[in-house]
Design a protein around this ligand. Structure first.
Ligand SMILES: Nc1ncnc2c1ncn2[C@@H]1O[C@H](COP(=O)(O)OP(=O)(O)OP(=O)(O)O)[C@@H](O)[C@H]1O
Length: 606
C-alpha cells in the first residue's frame, strides 16, 4: 500500500467540499478499491487520480495532491474548483496528462511550464483563466494536445514550436495578433472566437467574437455535451446506447453536483446510489499511458468495428488524439468478483505478443474492456479483405512473423496462472500486428466468463476443437487446435469455414486433411504465395505443424511450447541447419499424424 500517497489523498478529500461521496476509506486498499485511484504494478505509488464530476467546490487544499510525486495522470474536470491556477501541481514532475477543464479557476497561467517535461495532454479549457499564454509551453516537448478554449486569455499567440503537438484549441478567448507560422498547420477552428488573423493574410479571417463565448460551460449539462458530440460527428457513429446507459447516473450527479447548479434537492437520493456506485469504477492497468476516464470514453466519437461472440467492439477516438478499441461484453455469467479476478490476470500480462488490456469497467449493466486500437486491422482482415483487387497481399515473410509472434504470445499466456491460463478464443480476427509486425494475440480469457449459450457464430466455429464443440471443454490443448487452424488459414488463405461456389460449406481442416491425404499437397497453398520463390519447404513445414495441432484427440496435440519451437525452426529448416524431422525438441509430445508423415516423405525433396 502506498501509505503516504493514501494519506495525501485523504488530506485532500478531507479538506474540500464535495457533493458526491467517495468510497475512500482509510481501512480499504486505495489501489484496488478507491474510486478514481490507480497504482503502479507493485502498489507502492499512486500514478493516476481521476475524479471528474465529484462536485468539488473551492480551492484545491494546499500540500495534498502535490505530495503524490509519482502521479502521471490527474483529472479534476467538471467540478467547481475555483481560485488561481494550482501552481503546486508544478511539483508533479511525472505528469503526462492534466485535465482541469470545466472548473472555475481564475487568474493567470503559471509562467514556467517547463518542469512538466513529460506532459502530453494539457486541458485547461472552460475556466476563467486570463493573462497571456506563456511561451514556456514551448518547452513541453512531449505535448500532443493543448486545450485552452473558453477562457479569457489575451495577448498574442506565442510561437509554440512543438512538433509533437497534434491537437490545439485556443478558441473563444481574447487573443490578438496573427497565427504564428509554427501553428499554421492547425485548422482555423482552433483560433475561432478571438481577434486573430492568419499569417500572410491581409484580411482578418476570424472576426472578434464571431462565435458566442461559452464561459463557464460547466453549466452545460451532459445531454448538451452529448448533443454537441452527436451533432458534430455526423460521420462517426456514436456509442449512443452505451453512453446513455452509463451516463444515466452520472448525468444526475453532474446536474446537481456542478458548482453552478441550482438543484440541490436530490442529495439524499444521490448518496444512496453513490454507495453502490463506488464500486463501478473504471480500472486502469499499469503502463496505460492513455489519459482518459469514463467520461472521455463517453464523449469519444465511436464507430462499430464489429460484432463478435462476446459482444460488440467499437473504435473510439479520445480527445488526446489516441484511439482505443472498446469491447462491450454481453452475457457475462459470472459475478463481479470472478470477473474482476479474471481481468486482473489478463490485465497484468505484458508481453510483446499479447495485446495489452488497458482498462476495464464493470457495473451491473455494463462490462467494458479497453484495448489499444490496431490500425492495420486483424490478420483476418489482412488475409481476406478485398481479395483479387489491387491489394498488397500478405507475403510469406509477414505470415511467418505472424505465426511466430502469435505462437510466442500463446506460449506466454499458457505459462501464466501457474501454467493454467487458457486463451479460449484464438482466431485470425483476434490476432493483430505489433510494432515489429509480429503477431500479437488479443481477447484472451473471456470464454470462461461468458454465457455458453452465446450464439455459435460460424466464424468461430471453424476454430473450435472437437471436444469444445461437443462438450465445451476448453483447455490449452483446445487453444493449440485453434492455433493449428489459424496456421492452416495463413497457409491456404482460406477461412476456417467457407462456402465454395454454391451452398456447400467447406471446413478448412477437413479439406486440408483430404487434399494432403490425396498427396496433392501443393494444392493447399494460397495462390498469393505462389509468386515467392523457394518457400515450398517452409510452407510444408508449417503445414506439418498445423496438422499436428489439429489432431482430433487433445492428448495427441503438441504443447504450445513445442509448437513455438517448431514454428521458430521453420526458417532454419529451409536454411538446411536442421535435418527434416529433427526440429522437435527432445521430450516434446509426439504429435505427428500419419498424414504428416506422408507429406514429409512425399514432398520434401531428398
Ligand atoms: N484492438 C483492436 N484494434 C482493431 N480492431 C479490433 C480490435 N479489437 C477487435 N477488433 C476488430 O473488431 C471486430 C470485432 O471484434 P470482436 O472481438 O468483437 O469480434 P470477433 O473477433 O469477430 O469475435 P470474438 O468476439 O469471438 O472475438 C473484429 O474485426 C476485430 O478484428
Amino acid at each position: 500500500e502506498p501509505v503516504e500517497d493514501k494519506q495525501a489523498l485523504l488530506d485532500f478529500v478531507g479538506n474540500i467540499y464535495h457533493s458526491k461521496k467517495l468510497n475512500w476509506d482509510q481501512r480499504t486498499s486505495a489501489c484496488s478499491r478507491w474510486t478514481g485511484v490507480t497504482c503502479n504494478h507493485d502498489n507502492s505509488r499512486v500514478i493516476a487520480v481521476r475524479l471528474p464530476a465529484i462536485g468539488f467546490r473551492g480551492k484545491i487544499p494546499t500540500n495534498t495532491l502535490s505530495r503524490l510525486s509519482a502521479l502521471q495522470i490527474l483529472t479534476l474536470r467538471s467540478n467547481g474548483f475555483s481560485g488561481p491556477f494550482p501552481s503546486e501541481l508544478l511539483r508533479l514532475r511525472n505528469l503526462t496528462g492534466l485535465y482541469l477543464h470545466f472548473n472555475n479557476f481564475q487568474g493567470p497561467l503559471p509562467v514556467d511550464f517547463s518542469v512538466w517535461r513529460n506532459l502530453s495532454v494539457l486541458n485547461l479549457s472552460n475556466n476563467g483563466f486570463n493573462g497571456s499564454i506563456p511561451s514556456s509551453i514551448s518547452n513541453l516537448t512531449h505535448l500532443t494536445a493543448l486545450y485552452l478554449a473558453n477562457n479569457s486569455l489575451s495577448g498574442d499567440v506565442p510561437d509554440l514550436n512543438i512538433p509533437s503537438l497534434q491537437l490545439l484549441d485556443l478558441s473563444n478567448n481574447n487573443l490578438t495578433g496573427v497565427v504564428p507560422q509554427s501553428l499554421s498547420r492547425f485548422p482555423s477552428s482552433a483560433f475561432l472566437g478571438n481577434s486573430i488573423s492568419l499569417q500572410n493574410s491581409s484580411s482578418p479571417v476570424l472576426s472578434p467574437t464571431s462565435v458566442p463565448k461559452k464561459k463557464h460551460s460547466s453549466k452545460l449539462s451532459e445531454p448538451a455535451i452529448l448533443g454537441i458530440v452527436i451533432g458534430s460527428c455526423t460521420v462517426a457513429f456514436v456509442l449512443i446506447a452505451l453512453l446513455l446507459i452509463i451516463t444515466n447516473r452520472r448525468k444526475k450527479d453532474n446536474e446537481s453536483s456542478s458548482a453552478t447548479s441550482q438543484k440541490k434537492g436530490k442529495s439524499t437520493k444521490r448518496m444512496v446510489s453513490d454507495n453502490q456506485e463506488g464500486n463501478n469504477r473504471i480500472t486502469f492497468f499499469e503502463g496505460c499511458n492513455l489519459v482518459f476516464d469514463l467520461e472521455d470514453l463517453l464523449r469519444a466519437s465511436a464507430e462499430v468495428l464489429g460484432k463478435g461472440t462476446f459482444g460488440t467492439t467499437y473504435k473510439a477516438a479520445l480527445e488526446d488524439a489516441t484511439t482505443v478499441a472498446v469491447k462491450r461484453l454481453r452475457e457475462v455469467i459470472v459475478g463481479r468478483k470472478d470477473f474482476e479476478q479474471q481481468m486482473e490476470i489478463v490485465g497484468s500480462i505484458r508481453h510483446e505478443n499479447v495485446a495489452p488490456l488497458r482498462a476495464y469497467y464493470y457495473s451491473k449493466d455494463e462490462k467494458l474492456m479497453v484495448y489499444d486500437y490496431y490500425n492495420q486491422g486483424s490478420v483476418s482482415a489482412l488475409l481476406h479483405a478485398k481479395r483479387g483487387e489491387n491489394r498488397i497481399p500478405l507475403d510469406w515473410e509477414m505470415r511467418l512473423k505472424i505465426a511466430i509472434g502469435s505462437a510466442r504470445g500463446i506460449a506466454h499466456i499458457h505459462s501464466q496462472s501457474g501454467g493454467k491460463l487458457v486463451h479460449g478464443n484464438i482466431k485470425a480476427s483476434n490476432i493483430f500486428l505489433n510494432s515489429q509486425q509480429y503477431g500479437c494475440v488479443s481477447d484472451l480469457g473471456l470464454a470462461t466468463l461468458m454465457s455458453p449459450i452465446a450464439p455459435p457464430i460460424i466464424r468461430t466455429a471453424g476454430y473450435r476443437a472437437p471436444e469444445v464443440t461437443d462438450s465445451r471443454k476448453l483447455s490449452q490443448a483446445s487453444d493449440v487446435y485453434s492455433f493449428g487452424v489459424f496456421l492452416l488459414e495463413l497457409l491456404t488463405g482460406k477461412s476456417p469455414v467457407h462456402a465454395s461456389g454454391g451452398e456447400e460449406v467447406i471446413h478448412l481442416v477437413r479439406w486440408v486433411q483430404s487434399v494432403v491425404r490425396e498427396e496433392w499437397t501443393g494444392e493447399v497453398f494460397d495462390i498469393e504465395l505462389l509468386r515467392y520463390p523457394n518457400i515450398e519447404e517452409e510452407m510444408v513445414a508449417m503445414l506439418q505443424i498445423g496438422l499436428s495441432c489439429v489432431s482430433r484427440m487433445p492428448e495427441q496435440r503438441p504443447k504450445i511450447a513445442d509448437v513455438l519451437k517448431m514454428v521458430e525452426d521453420i526458417r532454419s529448416v529451409n536454411a538446411g541447419n536442421s535435418p527434416s524431422g529433427g526440429t522437435r525438441s527432445p521430450g516434446s509430445t509426439p504429435a505427428v499424424t500419419p498424414y504428416v508423415g506422408e507429406i514429409g516423405s512425399s514432398s520434401a525433396p531428398h
